[in-house]
Write a protein that binds this ligand. Sequence first.
Ligand SMILES: [Mg+2]
Length: 237
Amino acid sequence: MANFDFVLFDADNTLFDFDLAEDTALRQVLTERGYPTDPATLERYLSINRALWARLDKGEVTQDFLVVERFAAFVRAMGGSDDPVQFNRDYLNYLAQGAFLLPGAEALCRALAPHCTLAIITNGVARAQRGRFARSPLADLIPHLFISEELGAAKPSPVFFEGVLRRLGNPPRERVLVVGDNLATDIRGALDCGLPAAWFNPGRLPNPTLWIPRWEAADYTQLEELVLGPASQIQKK
Ligand SMILES: [Mg+2]
């Protein structure tokens, strides 16, 4: 028997290579609108976007505001005149096509899926996340996709996590593992709801926060062993 009945995975930079998807979509939408795609221009958008997501994580802005404001601020900075609503819509259409998984993510889910129920918990934009999920090989392995925009609350809010638990039939919390790369959203949210959490930390970064997960995993092998037990034990079953 696996150590958990449910594993709730964050999507971006836990299973999906968001940085690659974002870079690809951004280059497509900028090129289409006649903007340069040199590193300085890309970074100009990325820094605006990063700052807005950090404010969203703190509850200072809404997602509806963020997705338009990031392009409004970018267009202002570039001296352009594009409609930021349409700019964002075009960008999300490209982003929805970017179903790039991190190396080994599919193999991990394939190993876990026969032993426990997998779900994705994500704060992304529903339109983009549904498209990327459906185009990925994970769609056959992960039966649940929980998106903040559709649950009416975002990680780390307990409203989000309680909504997920309710939809999974309120399993015992110690049987539900949360896995994510973000301490402020994934790990904090799990801890606030009494759910065991594993910080996916492939960069082996220090943890300067007060949110201390029960486990840390530097790679997918460690996550697989956490859920299924050491490799030798799995083979004996
Ligand atoms: Mg993430």
